[in-house]
Structure formats: structure tokens, C-alpha cells
Design a protein around this ligand. Structure first.
Ligand SMILES: [Zn+2]
Length: 511
């Protein structure tokens, strides 16, 4: 194999440093090859980021800015695969792609290229083309974790280690059977484990479990790397410790931009309201509430509490709201009941006001508040009006504030923008550090390593500073860009939605 890209979902160097983990293979590639931080996209979440990886476009262009979508009638729904933009498996012939999120329903346009999709598939048969289901290791291949195992951390971490090893086995057999020029495999488990870290309250316990998993991921990555001349390790975003939650919808409600639906009082609302009132006065109770919050954010347990802890936004009556991870939408003509006469004026007003939100000690909640055209090269109609990028250690959540303040303390782990990239082999520089690379640059760079031309539609660019290759970058004509194809048997999007919805809930994306 000429080139193998190994995805390590949610892994970043700061997490290895924090827990004192020194994975042998990842460290070797990092030190001997070219490496650095890899910037994710807005929002730095798994499906938008892997869509950017596979298309070389930012979410403003491919249209999938968030883990959930909102329709003109304000209904939110799960993410669906992009079907309009050419992707990696359309450009690269003779490739085997294992476990690529946000690709279900797509059929490679490239010759002799095989695609096993991931996260949005209904089950593993839905994710895997028939001929790959014939591989001996398919039987033991596990697409997704069993979330019921999360109740016992030792059981869960053994489970994710097993998933990692079986994925390695399946990928190895697929690579050996098809002997591709290019391979991709994603290990999702660092992301799943990262979310679960929120359930522990001390870092020592976290470190033990996290190290257990990372050492398995590291040795599985090393096993597969033996099959390739050149290897790229990369993640779609990083993780970090969060010390504060930011409750943008609480702030928008207090400032009069957002209306909450008045509804019949339900018993769990009363319980949460009472707990909130007490939590303002007692640190001990506040800590108990915090744990419940982390549980809600990190796991599937407590769905009824989750419903209680999040106010229902009265969208038609609101001027603006947050839809997840700092994305603010203004109730303008895109929606069925627009309430804002001058969206541009409100955008400017909110940009300044949101940037000034601080915690009680005066630390800013956000590092930056961007307009869509500042965050994206060519934002589509449904891009968020504003993207509030959280300050380090801050996490923007849609859950109600337990203190009533827009910023509340937490002890949690969640996504951050910076992931990692490390590459070695004859195509890559030795002992170099790369700076300012974005996930949208990966596909252009991969194509250049493989001797192929660029798409004129890419937002990313070839990062020649990583490469020993001295060849001019060439670009295809517009009419030579491959047309995306969808699976002809792909009629089951509706029953896929239920599965996907529960999976997104499980990972805390639907709050
Ligand atoms: Zn991810």
C-alpha cells in the first residue's frame, strides 16, 4: 500500500500529556516524522469534521455544520450524509476505506474502490458492501458500542478495547485481500472513551482507563502501519478538560432574544427547579447536580432528567437561539415564522454582546464570535448566523444553567478544535513540525502524495511543507470532478433515522 491514513477519532496531544500517556507508535511517528496540531472545523464535531475530511470542503460549503439539523418549521433532526460533493472514494481508484463516518448511502465513483461506512449506518450490514461481508473477520467486526455497558466503566473500557482490535482485524484482512494503493481506517474508540471520562470525578481514575484504551489503539495502529509505505495519523478534533459550561440559551433568554415555551408543570421539572434553587446556596448539592449534568452530557442514562434540564425554546416567538456548540441562528426568512426585521443589524448586535459574556470572575466565555462568512469560505443559506467559539476549558451546552448564570462550573471532558496529525514514510519530511494545518487540507495533500490532481472545488490546499515530493500541484477542470453516486438500494433512510437519533443522543449531541 502506498499510503494509509489512520483516523484516531477525538485524539489530541494535550490529552496524552495530561494523563502522562506515552504511546510507543504514535510517539515515534510524531517524533521522527512530520507532526503537529490539526485544526477541526466549525463545529468541531465528528460528522461535520469527517465530512470535511472526505470532501476537502469546510462545513459552509458541504452544508453540514452541526451534528443535528433544523428545518424551516424549526424541527430538529439527525444529520444525513452529504450526497452532493465528490469525496475521497470518488477521487481515488484502488482504495479500501474502512469505517468512514458520514458516508452511508454513498457508492464510490472511483474504480476498484471499496467503502465501509460508519456512524450513520443502521447496522453493520448497512455499513458494509456485500462482498466485504464475505471476509472471515466480518463476523466479529463491531460497528458500534453497546451503550448499556457504560454503567460499569471497567466492562465498558474492555468492550471498546475489543472493538478496536476487531476493527484492526477486519481492516487488515480487507487490506490484504484487496491490496489497495490507498487505505483508510478509523478507530472511533478514543472519542467514545473521551466522552465517558466525564463520569469520573478524579483524574487518576480517568488516566487509568484512558491509558488502557490508548495503548490498544496504538498497537492496532502500529500493526496496520506495517502494511504501508507511508502512514498518516490524524484526528477530526481533540478533547480537553472543561471547567465551565456556557449556557448561551439562558443568556439569550435573559437578554430578551429567546422565549421559552410555557408548558404544563411536570414532576421532574419541579425536582430540577428545586435542585437548582438549592444548588445556588450549597456547594455539596451543586457537586451532586454537576455529576448529574456530566452524566447527561456523557451518557445515555437519565434521558428524562435530560428532558427536564433543557427548556423548550418557543422558536416562532424567539429572535435567536443556540442550536449546539455555539451556533446561533436568527429567526429570519429561512424559517416559517420569521420575527426579525433586520437580521444584519441583529447579527452585529449579538456578535458584540455574546463576545462580552464572562464568568463571575470576568473571564470571557468565548475566544471569538464569528459571522458565517468569517468562519467559512463560501457559507450556504443554512449556515449559522454566528459561531461562538468557546474559550479554552469552556463548553457551550443547550442544557439549562444550574446556577441561573450564563457560565457555570463543571468538571468534564469534551471536544476542542485542535486534533493531531503525524505522518512518516518516504513521501513525508522527517523531524518537522507542521503549523496551521486544517482538516480540509488533508484530502488535497493525500491526492498530491498519490500523484493526482486537485479538485477546483476544494476549500483546502496541498500542504507541501509536509512533503518531500517536488512536483507541481495540478488542478482538474470542473467537468472532470467526479459525480457523487448514491447506493441504488438506499431506500431505508427513515428507519436509519431512529437508530442515528439514539446514537447521537447517546453521545450527547441531541440534548
Ligand atoms: Zn470525533
Amino acid at each position: 500500500m502506498e499510503l494509509l491514513v489512520i483516523g484516531l477519532d477525538g485524539l489530541s496531544y494535550n490529552m496524552l500529556d495530561r494523563f502522562g500517556i506515552e504511546p510507543e507508535f504514535i510517539d515515534r511517528v510524531t517524533d521522527d516524522g512530520v507532526s503537529g496540531d490539526l485544526m477541526s472545523v466549525d463545529t468541531p464535531t465528528t460528522l461535520p469534521a469527517w465530512t470535511s475530511f472526505q470532501t476537502g470542503k469546510d462545513p459552509g460549503s458541504h452544508g453540514l455544520t452541526n451534528m443535528i439539523t433544523q428545518a424551516p418549521d424549526y424541527e430538529t433532526g439527525p444529520f444525513e450524509t452529504n450526497t452532493t460533493d465528490a469525496a475521497l472514494y470518488d477521487f481515488v481508484d484502488d482504495a479500501v476505506v474502512i469505517n468512514l463516518p458520514a458516508s452511508v448511502g454513498r457508492r464510490p465513483a472511483a474504480e476498484n474502490t471499496h467503502l465501509v461506512s460508519a456512524m450513520l449506518a443502521k447496522d453493520k450490514a448497512d455499513a458494509t458492501p456485500d462482498h466485504l461481508q464475505d471476509l472471515a473477520s466480518y463476523e466479529a467486526y463491531i460497528l458500534d458500542h453497546d451503550k448499556s455497558k457504560k454503567k460499569r466503566p471497567s466492562v465498558y473500557f474492555n468492550h471498546v478495547c475489543e472493538i478496536t482490535e476487531r476493527r484492526r482485524d477486519f481492516a487488515r484482512e480487507a487490506f490484504e485481500t484487496y491490496d489497495p494503493r490507498f487505505g483508510f481506517v478509523l478507530f472511533s474508540t478514543p472519542d467514545w472513551a473521551g466522552h465517558l471520562l466525564s463520569n469520573f470525578s478524579d483524574d487518576e481514575e480517568r488516566a487509568g482507563y484512558y491509558e488502557q484504551l490508548i495503548s490498544v489503539v496504538d498497537s492496532c495502529a502500529a500493526d496496520l502501519a506495517e502494511l504501508a509505505d507511508n502512514v498518516v495519523l490524524m484526528s477530526d478534533h481533540g478533547f480537553e478538560k472543561k471547567t465551565h459550561n456556557v449556557h448561551l440559551n439562558d443568556w439569550l433568554a435573559d437578554a430578551g432574544y429567546l422565549e421559552v415555551e410555557s408548558e404544563a408543570v411536570r414532576p421532574q421539572h419541579v425536582a430540577v427547579a428545586a435542585a437548582k434553587a438549592v444548588g445556588k446556596r450549597s456547594d455539596w448539592i451543586y457537586e451532586q447536580i454537576r455529576r448529574v449534568y456530566n452524566y447527561i452530557i456523557g451518557t445515555d442514562v437519565g434521558q428524562s432528567l435530560q428532558a427536564a434540564a433543557e427548556s423548550e425554546v418557543d422558536y416562532p416567538a424567539s429572535q435567536a437561539w443556540e442550536l449546539r456548540y455555539g451556533c446561533v441562528f436568527i429567526n429570519d426568512e429561512r424559517f416559517d415564522h420569521p420575527s426579525v426585521e433586520d437580521p444584519a443589524a441583529l447579527r452585529a448586535e449579538l456578535k458584540t454582546a455574546i463576545a462580552s459574556i464572562t464568568d463571575s470572575e470576568g473571564n470571557p466565555a468565548f475566544r471569538d464570535v464569528l459571522l458565517a462568512e468569517e468562519a467559512y469560505k463560501d457559507p450556504g443559506e443554512w449556515a449559522p448566523d454566528l459561531i461562538a467559539r468557546p474559550a479554552p476549558g469552556r463548553y457551550p451546552t443547550m442544557l439549562d444553567s444550574p446556577t441561573g448564570e450564563p457560565v457555570s462550573p463543571t468538571n468534564n471532558y469534551n471536544h476542542r478544535y485542535r486534533g493531531l496529525i503525524a505522518a512518516e514514510g518516504p513521501a513525508f519530511e522527517d523531524n518537522e513540525t507542521v503549523e496551521g494545518m486544517s482538516i480540509v487540507d488533508v484530502l488535497p495533500t493525500v491526492l498530491h502524495v498519490l500523484g493526482q490532481s486537485q479538485s477546483p472545488e476544494f476549500d483546502g490546499r496541498v500542504r507541501e511543507d509536509l512533503l518531500t515530493i517536488d512536483r507541481e500541484v495540478t488542478t482538474l477542470n470542473h467537468d472532470a470532478v467526479p459525480r457523487p453516486r448514491v447506493r441504488s438500494d438506499d431506500t431505508d433512510q427513515d428507519d436509519r433515522d431512529d437508530v442515528v437519533e439514539s446514537r447521537l443522543e447517546d453521545l450527547g449531541y441531541i440534548e
